[in-house]
Structure formats: C-alpha cells, structure tokens
Design a protein around this ligand. Structure first.
Ligand SMILES: Nc1ncnc2c1ncn2[C@@H]1O[C@H](COP(=O)(O)OP(=O)(O)OP(=O)(O)O)[C@@H](O)[C@H]1O
Ligand SMILES: [Mg+2]
Length: 365
C-alpha cells in the first residue's frame, strides 16, 4: 500500500479534508471559487490566494462580482488594475466589473452601433469584457490566478462565454450578409474611420474568439484549472452545490474541493436550545455532503463569533484550510484561561507600578 493509499484510507475513516491538494498542485493556473450568495466565497478565495502566495512565485486574485468585496476582506481599496496587497510582495488583487463594457470602440458612434448589435446578442458584451480581461491577465505572467466569482448563476454564465461568443459571431456574420454594406454606410455616416468599421469589428470579434478558444481549452484542463465550491450546511446550499457541480461537469470544468463554511461545533458548553437544534440540522446536511461527495476534498470551517476581515483575521482563519478545525476541549480552555489570568495579573502589576510612580512624581512636584 502506498503512502497515498494510506492517506486516502484514513480520509475515508475520518472524513476530514483540507485544501492542501490545491496548494500542492503546482500546475494549477486558474482557481475559481464560487457558490451561493453570502456563504463565504470572498473570504475563502482571499484566504486561498494568501495560502497560494506562500508557495507560488506570484498570485493574482480577481473579483468578477459587480458588488466587489475584496476591498472589504483585505481592508484595502482595489481597482481594475492589479494592486499589490499590503504586507505581501507577491500577492496582487484586482476588481473587474464584467457587466460594464468600456473597451469597445473609441468613438461615440461606434459605441452606440456596437451596443445596438450587442443588444441583439444577449450576454455578448459581458463575454467580451471578460475575454478582454483574460487577454490582459494572460500577458501578465502570474503563476496562479484566483477568481472570487459572483453568486452561482452569474459565474456559470461567464463560464459559458465561449459558446455565447461563438453564437454572437455567427449572428454578426448573418447580419452582415443580410444588410450588406449598410453597417459600413452607417459607420461612414457617423464619420468613423475604417479602422472602426464593420470589418474591424468582426476582426476584433475573431481575435477575441481566438483568445477565448485558448482560455477555454485551459479551463477544461484539470491540470490547469479547478473550481472550488463554497457552501454552508443547509438545504438550499446543498441543493445549489449539486446544481453547480452538475453544471461544471457539463462544461467539463474540474471540481473536487468543497468548503463547508459556518459550521457550528459542539464544544461542550453549548447550552442554547436553538444552537443545539441548528447543530442537529447542520449535521443532517453535513452527512449528506459527505455521502454525495465522497470523492471530494471537503474542508469544514467553523462559524466564528466575529467577521473575518483584515489580513490578520484572514491569516488566522487560514489555518483551518490546511489543518481540520478541532473544537476546543475544556482542558484547552483551562489552559487558555490560565494564560489570560497570568497576562492580566502582569498588566495589573504594571499599571499599579505606573500609578505608584505618577503619585510619587506628583508629591515631589
Ligand atoms: N466562518 C465564518 N465565521 C464568521 N463570519 C464569517 C465566516 N465566513 C465568512 N464570514 C463573514 O460573512 C460575511 C460574508 O462572507 P463573504 O463576503 O466571504 O461571502 P460571499 O459569499 O463572498 O458573499 P457575496 O455573495 O455577497 O459575495 C463577511 O462579513 C465575512 O467576514
Ligand atoms: Mg463575495
């Protein structure tokens, strides 16, 4: 039996996984993180990028969620150009808005002409700007790129973009055949140079299709790309995760990691009836997750009493991504309290000494 088999055996017995497999897979270039709204995608993708930055030369985290929140997680402003994350030398972050089309055409007339055409092809503007972004990112030479994606529906739409673009292109072609030189006349009417004319537009789409085909090939290569599903142990999230996994399978995108966030742990002193009931409910869905995804690496994360914002909090929470969380035992708590008592005692002594010093000083004065 090889070491790996043993590891796997152990994993079957104690179903505790981690994201180590992702950190160890040197070939990975694209890591998508997705799931239902509010389950912890931004938190998890931020932490994954921090962990990857420890083992890779350079890492970029991109948010494709129009309601950006990388800035909240890292407590630092980010823009649509990669910015170094404070305190790191090889971790960059950027926030792009896939619903805003900015790059197409540099004249007003062309913009409106394009948007007319784009309206005829739902999703094409979004696909185009996503493609523009990928084209840009590809030239930047990051060793690994993590995507903090928008809630499920949106993400799947972006992953569908190659076929959207293909359809768009076909439609453009048929428009061209139907209306002959009309588009060209229109561009002349708007006083647009040939370089922005219909042929240029088609050329641009063709060029984009090229990028997209290349990227699409990479997305379907499990050596280069994986999708991490984040969820919580509740019915809707389980349901959504299953839908997501099925869609990813349909698009041939590799996925074998699930992060179950906001898990309540039974650390003995939970007395609240409500919490106990929630725990039982969570356990039911946890069991189902382990049953449905027995070939996945499942990472469980505890629900914390506070939010996970700022680099320090993210780093502290990141330990549970590599070593399974253990609820604290009463012995841990006794030790913990002893430590706190001794720290407080020391602080009290220092404060008393300081007070004494100040009082004496006053008397002298
Ligand atoms: N395990 C946890 N314990 C406590 N708070 C958490 C935990 N995980 C995430 N949070 C907090 O919950 C909030 C939502 O998390 P996050 O922004 O990562 O979710 P999201 O899936 O990206 O949400 P959205 O769909 O809105 O983008 C944040 O304030 C985050 O700090
Ligand atoms: Mg988010």
């Amino acid at each position: 039996m090889t070491e790996e088999d043993q590891d796997q055996d152990q994993e079957l017995e104690i179903p505790e996984g981690s994201v180590r497999n992702i950190l160890e897979q040197d070939s990975l270039k694209w890591v998508f993180v997705g799931g239902k709204g509010g389950v912890g995608k931004t938190t998890c993708s931020s932490i994954l990028s921090i962990l990857l930055a420890e083992v890779r030369p350079s890492v970029l985290i991109i948010s494709t969620d129009p309601a950006h929140n990388l800035s909240d997680a890292f407590q630092q402003r980010f823009t649509k150009t990669p910015t170094l994350v404070n305190g790191f030398s090889n971790l960059y972050a950027m926030e792009v808005d896939p619903t805003v089309e900015e790059e197409m055409g540099s004249t007003e007339g062309m913009d409106s002409l394009f948007s007319e055409l784009a309206n005829a092809i739902p999703g094409i503007d979004e696909a185009m700007s996503f493609a523009e972004m990928l084209k840009l990112v590809q030239t930047m030479d990051y060793s690994c790129i993590v995507f903090d994606t928008a809630p499920t529906g949106h993400t799947l739409r972006l992953l569908q973009f190659p076929s959207t673009l293909e359809k768009g292109l076909d439609k453009m072609m048929s428009l061209k055949n139907k209306f002959g030189g009309m588009i060209n006349q229109m561009t002349r009417l708007f006083g647009i140079d040939d370089e922005f004319g219909e042929d240029a537009l088609l050329g641009r789409l063709e060029g984009m299709k090229d990028v997209i085909e290349r990227v699409n090939k990479q997305f379907k290569d499990p050596d280069l790309t994986t999708f991490v599903c984040v969820c919580i142990p509740e019915f809707l999230s389980l349901y959504e995760t299953e839908r997501l996994v099925q869609e990813l399978t349909k698009f041939e995108i590799d996925t074998h990691n699930i992060i179950i966030n906001q898990v309540l742990y039974d650390d003995e002193d939970v007395e609240s009836k409500l919490l106990r009931a929630r725990m039982r409910m969570q356990q039911k869905y946890l069991d189902q997750f382990y049953m449905l995804y027995d070939d996945f690496h499942i990472t469980k994360l505890p629900l914390l009493p506070e939010e996970v914002t700022g680099i320090e909090a993210l780093k502290a929470f990141s330990q549970h991504f590599v070593t399974p969380y253990q609820p604290s035992t009463s012995r841990d708590r006794v030790e913990d309290l002893e430590r706190r008592v001794s720290t407080l005692r020391q602080q009290l002594q220092e404060a008393e000494a300081e007070l004494e010093r100040l009082r004496k000083g006053k008397q002298v004065a």
